[in-house]
Design a protein around this ligand. Sequence first.
Ligand SMILES: Cc1cc2nc3c(=O)[nH]c(=O)nc-3n(C[C@H](O)[C@H](O)[C@H](O)COP(=O)(O)OP(=O)(O)OC[C@H]3O[C@@H](n4cnc5c(N)ncnc54)[C@H](O)[C@@H]3O)c2cc1C
Length: 456
Amino acid sequence: MNKKRDQKVAVVGGGLCGTLLAIRLKQRGFTVAVYEKRPDMRKADISAGRSINLALSNRGLKALELIGLRDKVDQLTIPMKGRMLHDIHGQARLSPYSGRASDYINSISRGDLNSLLYDEAEKSGIPIFFNHSCISTEPDLGHFTFSDGDGNTVHVQADCIFGTDGAGSAVRQSAMERSNWLRFDYSQSFLSHGYKELSIPPSEEESFRIEPRVLHIWPRKEFMMIGLPNPDKTFTITLFLPFEGKNGFHSIASDEDIMEYFKKWFPDAVPHMPQLLQEYRENPTSSLGTIRCYPWKIGKKTCLLGDAAHAIVPFYGQGMNCAFEDVVVLDKIMDSSPANWGAIFEAFQQARKPDADAIADLAIDNFIEMRDKVADPAFMLKRKLELELEKNHEEYFSKYSLVTFREDVPYSTAMQLGREQDRFLLKLAEDKKEVEDFDQIAIMKKVKALYKKYGL
Ligand SMILES: Cc1cc2nc3c(=O)[nH]c(=O)nc-3n(C[C@H](O)[C@H](O)[C@H](O)COP(=O)(O)OP(=O)(O)OC[C@H]3O[C@@H](n4cnc5c(N)ncnc54)[C@H](O)[C@@H]3O)c2cc1C
């Protein structure tokens, strides 16, 4: 490779992944520029895009640590130590995420995090070209074209291009147009459910109306609602419903339908949602899907990262964490000094694809678990047992903990090991009533053998 400072790297898509990647590449000595379709969210009054707040956990935090931003980000987060489960009668109970007090996830505003990344990128000398929408690329030549918002078409030449332009990636689209040449695989599958964002405002005393240091869930089998706290004492509420059917978005249309539905299914939330009717009517209903594609290395000079390469449904709270972890994996590959970008991209996609596929599958599993199983007796007993095991045995990690708190364990290992462990514990839980009925020593013997099999 040429001297790094002579290497011009273009990052297409200045969302969460692209901006973090740009900062890391700059730290490694490259000349980097970011091209972002939207206006600068720090100046324009635009929403930060899909989902107002996000759950940030260990894998994402590790990437933020890599670029030296962990401390600043910590100041923007609200820790959430468990799920607060609300039943249909308005009773709530806490289900901790882990038996270890030190394990929690964090609520963070997408806009605050992206703005911080923009500030840091610009401080380190990275130009961010806002209102620059990529319209096509010549992946093998490092050439790309975008529209600058004033109707001008601009051509840019780079030594390498990263496509971090999200689930609707234009860079990926260019690859699809050459799919024969690249043998480019692509699939998109939608859930039958969509989502709508609502809110709980602060109380009249300007405090949180419900417990802030948890992720609230109203699980109702076929559908569910969740709530994450924000620093301004509001909650972002996300309603996940099927599009069709009696309890689907298409059926809940009139003001009467909306109020009747919410009072029936979420009676304890309704008094805290004074803008419910207006928000339900005015906020968009969005779809949820999984995108898989391969290769991510497009020609010799272009690579997809983040949602552009692997968009997943949001039920494990891992899409951004996974996109950030992409940068950590890429960075590690670059440490081993491969000869050129093509070699780096090849090693990256081979290392990362199995893990991206695993978290896509896990996210769909968790959709079923969150809306359906969290209230099932055998599942609840297994969950109680797992919390005890985590409390009493430092070697034990539930599947959720392996995915969320063990950034040293690849997603694919977490999935295989976690599923095997789940099957074993659920079978044990079938004929038990209390946590005391389990032989924890015998369980741990089996668990340790399982961990050894997976190299942990
Ligand atoms: C409802 C919901 C809830 C979620 N909750 C969580 C969560 O709790 N935790 C979690 O980890 N993840 C969560 N996610 C997933 C997370 O939002 C994504 O995985 C993450 O944003 C991916 O980052 P990215 O940078 O790859 O893509 P994006 O954040 O989508 O960024 C892509 C950027 O590219 C820009 N762009 C698009 N097209 C072009 C173009 N043609 N030219 C130039 N720029 C372009 C866009 O404007 C955008 O800024 C959630 C997603 C949804 C939908």
